[in-house]
Design a protein around this ligand. Sequence first.
Ligand code: CTP
Ligand code: MG
Length: 170
Amino acid sequence: MDLAGFGYDLLSIFVFILPAMVANGTPVIIHGLPPIDMGRRWRDGRRIFGDGKTWGGFLSGIIAGLVIGGIESLIIWHNILIDALIASIGALLGDLTASFIKRRIGLERGAPAPLLDQLDFYVGALIFLYLFTGKTFNIYAELVFAVIIYALHRLTNYTAYKLKLKSVPW
Ligand code: CTP
Ligand code: MG
């Protein structure tokens, strides 16, 4: 196995996914404004996305992802602002899609959905990076990074719960 190539892919995923990770986490701290679904319900009578998805969270996430992309651009001496924007939008839409799925299967806002809760934004960001910039990464590096994201997500959400930023530890 080409270890150097694998390491390079892990590092590239880190660079392009870091804005998405920050875009996904910022709404926990900065949110508000009306819910994205404006309180509307789907035909099953349940909320489209629920009160956990707000316009303020969506915007703060995108701005935070762009700031990280800007800092990274300065460090690596290469403009990746567009990539950061695309990854951040993908991350937030991935998270929104997960909430849509959770509501359709009858899970209330904040109810745990293992794997979906931790990896929704990551899959969304990877799909958006592929669709709008053509970027692909080694599939094994993507899977290894998914495990890292899963562990980090569990850890940060538990910390946010302890700090009373979140009402549930997942
Ligand atoms: N948040 C937000 N807007 C978003 C995403 C997140 O305001 N677009 C905020 C909400 O306060 C939300 C918190 O970030 O409660 C954590 O997000 P998440 O865990 O994804 O939401 P949940 O409350 O768990 O809701 P769901 O069951 O829909 O995932
Ligand atoms: Mg959630």
